[in-house]
Ligand binder design. Structure first.
Ligand code: ADE
Length: 231
């Protein structure tokens, strides 16, 4: 899988891939990264990429020209590239999207800064538009990293142990049961005694009960989904 980041701030993104699972995925050539900077495509003599909003409104909006040119180039280099825009004005990104997008060969994330991106760019080039949540970030870079991470985990071979995907929260409507590490007793608090006894069917049913409890408390909307799916 190739991930292309279309961003004015490559530095903000690079660090995330310098350690842990995604670094290993790059070392094994399971994922490849590339970067395109709209500023390099600006025809403005000062390489400007933004301007005040037509019709008024606060802040600067990214101009169409550099983005049209960078995205034309990208599409010419790979007609299969799937172009994703990050903005808070979009459908929410979910685990199902991560799974679906993991099957693409090339995804480009287009991050806006300032007050946003000229809408004509999104209209012309977006295969999909996502928000990662109901809050406003300084730009799309963090959102693109969130998506890239969640998608990468669903690419074959990226996680060492494929089991760790299937029981994760959001693979089913229930949130994952709590996990405990060693020691078994820490500061006088023990892990649940059932976890210690080694009866796997009992552990499974306790984990299901704990999952239901957590889901009811934190995500009652998900519990309703679980109940309708299991009946
Ligand atoms: N850019 C700014 N805020 C965002 C959000 N919540 N999701 C995606 N992109 C964004």
């Amino acid at each position: 899988m190739i991930f292309t980041f279309v961003t004015l701030f490559q530095n903000l993104i690079e660090g995330y891939f310098q350690d842990s699972i995604l670094k290993r995925a790059i070392d094994r050539d399971l994922i490849r990264l590339s970067y395109l900077n709209p500023r390099d495509y600006s025809q403005n003599k000062h390489n400007k990429v933004d301007d005040t909003a037509v019709g008024g409104g606060a802040g600067m909006v990214m101009n169409p020209q550099p983005l049209y040119d960078v995205l034309d180039d990208l599409k010419k280099s790979d007609e299969k590239v799937h172009i994703v825009f990050l903005t808070p004005v979009a459908k929410p990104f979910k685990q199902n999207d991560a799974k679906r997008l993991a099957k693409k060969s090339h995804i480009a994330f287009v991050s806006g800064r300032y007050e946003g991106i000229d809408e004509r760019v999104i209209e012309n080039y977006a295969d999909e538009v996502f928000s990662i949540g109901d809050y406003i970030l300084t730009g799309g870079e963090l959102a693109s990293l969130v998506m890239c991470d969640a998608i990468s985990r669903n690419i074959n071979g990226v996680l060492g142990n494929s089991d760790s995907l299937s029981i994760e929260s959001f693979e089913t409507p229930l949130l994952e049961a709590p996990s405990f590490s060693k020691p078994k007793v820490y500061e006088e608090i023990s892990v649940p005694s059932e976890y210690l006894k080694g009866n796997h069917s009992k552990i499974r049913s306790l984990k299901l009960a704990l999952s239901e409890c957590k889901t009811k408390f934190f995500r009652p909307d998900q519990l309703i989904k679980h109940k309708t799916q299991s009946h």
